[in-house]
Design a protein around this ligand. Structure first.
Ligand code: G1P
Length: 295
């Protein structure tokens, strides 16, 4: 029987240099897809999957993320006075309960592996989910919920993966897998962080969603810097593979890499079109823009 997953970690310490000047004073995780910050969408995915505690690994200039997941008395009072009940109910229903969030800081940008290691005292001795908020996944049920099904069959460690064109593999972690099993998952035989196209074992990339066992922290503690001179989670997972099983799950859904401008713009279009309240009017506006652009 797999140990129940209660906690999720969100690494949000990155500088967001690709989005300057927008990210001079606003953390990249607070950039919005339609009307929700990217980080909120990741938290919603975790919540929908049954996660009860949300651990954020932040950094300098990220305090607004903490404020975002806090109660805003003044705002709530104003909404109440003005009779804006719908907005008020939405704010309240989307807020994690008291005690459900924890924040710690990655003091230096030493890599994703180091960021995850910074959460060790908050996660302690239990399995946890890890969601990289840059990778926005549009899926129903959500990607993490799909992974939990695989976790309930296999236990151990589960990584969400997807196929990308071979020319893009150098931007990601890449896995080598065995045959598809009854659960839909595949046993992982190897993995490598940001390989050259010719060295990549496949075109199956790590999509920024993980279910990990707490033994990963001991591996991260001694992990030497790898690709890009950073402490890489992929290298520590590879080390843990000698002791524990890892499975890859090709989830059903569409990923938008919001760490990239095109991915971020595409996410806004896709999420806008998918919204019942905005979709029809937005489609019309988009069609007009596209028609004018052709001419
Ligand atoms: C990280 C991981 C990589 C994964 C990617 C997904 O890389 O190290 O394995 O494929 O996220 O976004 P980063 O984007 O932090 O360079």
């Amino acid at each position: 029987m797999s140990r129940r997953l209660r906690k999720a970690v969100f690494p949000v310490a990155g500088l967001g240099t690709r989005f300057l000047p927008a990210t001079k004073a606003v953390p990249k995780e607070m950039l919005t897809v339609v009307d929700r910050p990217v980080i909120q969408l990741a938290v919603e995915e975790a919540r929908e999957a049954g996660i009860e505690h949300f651990v954020f690994v932040t950094g300098r200039n990220k305090a607004v993320i903490e404020d975002h997941f806090d109660k805003q008395f003044e705002l709530e009072t104003t909404l109440k006075t003005r009779g804006k009940t719908k907005e008020l109910e939405m704010l309240i229903s989307e807020l994690p309960s008291a005690g459900q969030t924890s924040f710690t800081r990655q003091q230096e940008p030493l890599g994703l592996g180091h960021a995850v290691w910074c959460a060790r005292e908050l996660v302690r001795d239990e399995p946890f989910a890890l969601l990289l908020p840059d990778m926005l996944i549009h899926a129903k049920p959500g990607c993490l919920a799909q992974m939990i099904d695989a976790y309930n069959s296999h236990g151990g460690n589960i990584i969400a993966v997807e196929e990308v064109p071979h020319e893009d593999v150098h931007r990601y972690g890449v896995v080598d897998v065995g045959p598809v099993q009854a659960s839909g998952a595949q046993k992982i035989k190897g993995m490598v962080e940001k390989p050259k196209r010719e060295d990549a074992p496949s075109n199956l990339i790590i999509s920024g969603r993980y279910i990990l066992q707490p033994e990963i922290f001991a591996k991260l503690e001694i992990q030497k810097p790898g690709s890009g001179g950073e402490i890489q989670l992929t290298d520590a997972m590879l080390a843990l593979m000698t002791d524990q099983e890892f499975h890859a799950l090709k989830f059903k859904g569409k990923t938008y890499d919001c760490g990239d401008k095109i991915g971020f713009l595409a996410a806004n279009v896709a999420y806008g079109l998918a919204r019942a309240d905005l979709g029809p009017a937005f489609r019309k506006a988009l069609n007009e823009i596209l028609a004018a652009d052709k001419g």
